[in-house]
Design a protein around this ligand. Structure first.
Ligand code: SAM
Ligand code: 2KA
Ligand code: SF4
Ligand code: MG
Length: 229
């Protein structure tokens, strides 16, 4: 057995809020670190991805820590209510999960009975075995993944407009309105769609784009409307 450890910011059970699997009970495994931003507010402006809505630094969140593949899988099993009910589903996210997720961990998750979903920025090669791959391109970064289950583009992004990704093969193409992410603005705006940063302007623009380009569908971050993790 490998002694490789995985650094996990947090792990929790909730409903997938976004994309084609929205509404599906899911264990989220949020890996630490990203290759497109160091996660510090003071360097957001210089980051390749500058609109991230997530804290992925360190291992100090709910159920966070350093885990061996089997230890992490055991944690995910504990978070699923009953492995005999439904099709257990884990969403590997982050940070950027493909900095850490490898075949050995996917195999451990599969052996436990999980279907494995991944949310990635698409800049790193994906290991084999992933059951549901969601690619979400960021700014000027180069997407190396050429095929996925869903392309979920945050909209609008000046350097990553939908036309740029027409060559990527995807069963589903979604635009997801960019939510605000700046802590100061979220704190000062009593609306900011119940403080989750949901943007009426970006939603309206995404709706318009989908209506005029019907190969694209709208993805809303439903967990933010619901006030769940
Ligand atoms: C935090 S990212 C982590 C996974 C991976 N690094 C990625 O970017 O896809 C999870 C999802 O949230 C989306 N996301 C991040 N910030 C957002 C924002 N401000 N508004 C809307 N969606 C956002 C990402 O595009 C991605 O689909
Ligand atoms: N409920 C819920 N759905 C999600 N879909 C993608 C998320 C992510 O942060 O990767 C996310 C998240 O953080 N919560
Ligand atoms: S690539 Fe994903 S995790 Fe990294 S900064 Fe962007 S949205 Fe956040
Ligand atoms: Mg999220």
């Amino acid at each position: 057995m490998s002694s490789k450890t995985y650094r996990v910011k947090e792990a929790f059970y909730t409903l997938q809020g976004e994309g084609a699997q929205a509404g599906r009970p899911s264990v989220f495994c949020r890996f630490s670190k990203c290759n497109l931003w160091n996660g510090r507010e003071d360097s957001r402006e210089q980051a390749i991805c500058d609109f991230c809505d997530t804290d992925f630094i360190g291992i100090d969140g709910q159920n966070g820590g350093r885990y061996l593949a089997q230890e992490l899988t055991d944690l995910l099993i504990r978070l699923w209510p009953d492995m005999s009910k439904g099709q257990p589903y884990v969403v590997c996210t982050g940070g950027e999960p493909l900095l850490q997720l490898d075949e050995a961990l996917i195999e451990a998750m599969h052996n436990a009975g999980f279907e494995v979903g991944v949310e990635t920025n698409g800049t790193l090669a994906a290991p084999p075995g992933i059951d549901w791959l969601c690619v979400s391109p960021k700014g000027k970064s180069e997407v190396v993944v050429s095929q996925c289950d869903e392309l979920k583009l945050v909209y609008p992004q000046t350097d990553a407009m939908p036309q740029r990704f027409s060559a990527i093969k995807a069963a589903h193409r979604y635009l997801q309105p960019m939510a605000d992410f700046r802590p100061a603005i979220l704190a000062s705006d009593s609306h900011a769609a119940a403080r989750e940063g949901l943007s009426a302007d970006n939603t309206k623009a995404a709706v318009e784009y989908c209506l005029q380009n019907p190969q694209w569908k709208l993805s809303l971050q439903t967990h933010k409307f619901l006030g769940i993790d």
